[in-house]
Design a protein around this ligand. Structure first.
Ligand SMILES: Nc1ncnc2c1ncn2[C@@H]1O[C@H](COP(=O)(O)OP(=O)(O)OP(=O)(O)O)[C@@H](O)[C@H]1O
Length: 229
């Protein structure tokens, strides 16, 4: 059995109070293992975004256990949470969120320069990352001159350039056509397997379910079933 990267037990998260209280997570229990790609699926409003926000320390939770990469999230202060996310977590979203005035390589280098890396080294690492997502010919191209699939690959390169161990993808293929979605998933799957990363992909896109090692089904604030692929 591979190392446990995420250990959650009975996580409860509510929003609001009194009559307007919403139970977003009603006792989520889940373990995720090193090198695994886990699909998290379920109807709108079942708590998927809340859950990935909790496990990346973007949201606090009311009760339960949440241990990520050996960190007990309940004992971390805000500075430690920012550091944890910056070092250990990569985020890929449905919207690529690339800066239009920067070239592909500058977009990928940005998190490194913000973290204090020298520009020349950041650009060098960004180029190596763009090579990995097979965009070596697009270093100096701005996002508006790239296809949707290429823009998502730039966004993936940016999410992975600081070499995070844990990667969260929220609807990474929803705005892509079938072929581009397949290319993006092939890439994410390759990253988990070849680099030993651990990935959770939140999705409604049943065309990409096959890429998951396991599929966790969420309903009404709980994981109700886990299937092996
Ligand atoms: N900031 C908030 N304040 C109040 N209620 C919230 C907040 N965020 C989420 N909720 C509620 O918590 C529940 C879970 O929402 P969440 O966004 O986690 O679901 P989801 O499964 O990600 O949905 P979708 O697939 O539509 O993105 C919903 O009932 C939602 O309305």
């Amino acid at each position: 059995m591979n190392k446990t990267i995420l250990h959650c037990k009975d996580i409860i998260k509510t929003f609001g109070s009194g009559e307007s209280e919403v139970f977003a997570l009603r006792g989520v229990t889940l373990d995720v293992y090193e090198g695994e790609l886990l699909m998290l699926v379920g109807p709108s409003g079942c708590g998927k975004t809340t859950f990935v926000s909790v496990i990346t320390a973007l949201l606090s939770f009311d009760s339960g256990i949440c241990n990520v990469l050996g960190h007990d999230l309940t004992t971390m202060d805000e500075d430690e949470k920012v550091l944890f996310r910056g070092k250990s977590v990569g985020f890929v979203f449905q919207a690529f969120n690339l800066l239009p005035s920067l070239t592909a390589v500058e977009n990928v280098a940005l998190p490194l320069t913000i973290a204090g890396e020298k520009r020349a080294i950041a650009l060098q690492k960004a180029k190596a990352m763009l090579d990995e997502v097979e965009l070596s010919s697009k270093y100096d191209v701005r996002p508006s001159h790239l296809s949707g699939g290429q823009q998502q690959r730039v966004a993936i390169a940016r999410a992975l350039v600081h070499n995070p161990e844990f990667i969260i993808c929220d609807e990474p293929t929803s705005s892509l056509d079938h072929k581009s979605g397949q290319i993006v998933m092939e890439l994410l799957s390759k990253m988990t397997k070849e680099k030993g990363k651990t990935m959770i992909v939140v999705t409604h896109d049943n065309r990409i379910y096959e890429y998951g090692d396991r599929m966790a089904h969420m309903e009404d604030g709980k994981i109700i079933k886990i299937e092996e692929n």
